[in-house]
Write a protein that binds this ligand. Structure first.
Ligand SMILES: Nc1ncnc2c1ncn2[C@@H]1O[C@H](COP(=O)(O)OP(=O)(O)O)[C@@H](O)[C@H]1O
Ligand SMILES: [Mg+2]
Length: 280
């Protein structure tokens, strides 16, 4: 049977060369098929932690396991076949002359035959609605499109695990929604997704599990609704709840639930309250 644990770290500790510890003994488990958001203030160590999942960084202490095997000194190129990593800044990732070349670089680099490379590239172009710009130079495209290119280029690798570092930063609401629906679709197809983000609204709306980091430690990890119930902890971490969750809490005495995550949930409960009022 395939290993059901996707990623595991044990007492992972890390410092950059300038010395100060950034990760303090992090132990976590992410199961195959999970969709996990990582939230936390700027500088809390989200990116640093995620870079240990594909070998971009190596722990000073502790261990990292991928599908039950210790990453140890496995090459980044080998790990890249299992873990796709979308960088926080798309411009740190894109380097090809055309969008199509950017998308087929990964599978070509893995030595796949031309037919597979072409099939995957065309599928990614269609999925991310990039076909109209396939022959354009990525650098001349707008930020939203460059972001899509950077994600599509990882998508063509068809890795079982995707890590996306702040993929919706700089996107408008419409592009954010489109992208989140795509990411959800990837998860439904069985990919394990780790999404680093600042946007608590999208976590509440789309992501079933959530990890909160503070100063290089994990201070909460579990189902998003359970994590978002811990107001005090979130406040200490300087994370504001989504506005609709706040509104729900303030309306508790009127019969609203205090663990609302989305507007549609709020409306559902609110409509029920109206009916109850009428009956009363
Ligand atoms: N390349 C680097 N060299 C030295 N320190 C770094 C480097 N990258 C990040 N840091 C430091 O490590 C800490 C965690 O950073 P990071 O993992 O980028 O946090 P986050 O992604 O949560 O914003 C911060 O204090 C940051 O200044
Ligand atoms: Mg970061």
């Amino acid at each position: 049977m395939k290993h059901s644990v996707c990623l595991e770290t044990r007492e992972l500790g890390f410092s950059y060369e300038d010395g100060l510890p950034v990760l303090h003994g992090i132990s976590l488990t992410i199961n195959r098929g999970d969709f996990v958001a990582v939230i936390g203030q700027n500088g809390s160590g989200k990116t640093t932690l995620a870079k240990h999942f594909n070998g971009l960084l190596r722990p000073d202490f502790g261990e990292v396991f991928l599908f039950g095997e210790q990453i140890g000194d496995k090459q980044v190129s080998e790990l890249a076949q299992h873990v796709g990593y979308v960088f926080q800044n798309p411009d740190h990732q894109i380097f090809s002359a055309t969008v199509r070349e950017e998308l087929n670089f990964g599978p070509r680099n893995l030595g796949m035959d031309k037919e597979t490379v072409d099939r995957r590239t065309e599928a990614a172009l269609a999925c991310f609605e990039l076909t109209p710009v396939a022959d354009r130079q990525p650098a001349v495209l707008g930020f939203g499109l460059r972001r899509k290119v950077s994600i599509a280029a990882v998508y063509t690798m068809e890795t079982p695990v995707f890590i996306l570092d702040e993929p919706t930063a700089g996107l408008d609401l419409r592009s954010t929604t489109e992208l989140m629906l795509l990411i959800c679709q990837l998860n439904q197809q069985g990919h394990t997704i780790i999404l680093i983000t600042h946007d608590v609204r999208i976590v509440a709306e789309y992501v079933p599990r959530c990890m909160v980091m503070r100063a290089g430690e994990i201070v909460a990890y579990g189902p998003t609704r359970e994590v978002f119930k811990q107001d005090q902890l979130l406040r200490q971490t300087q994370i504001a709840l989504p506005q609709i969750s706040e509104l729900g809490k303030r309306m508790k005495s009127h019969g609203m639930r205090d663990d609302i995550l989305t507007v549609s949930e709020f409306c559902e409960v609110y409509n029920g309250m109206q009916v109850a009022d009428l009956q009363g």
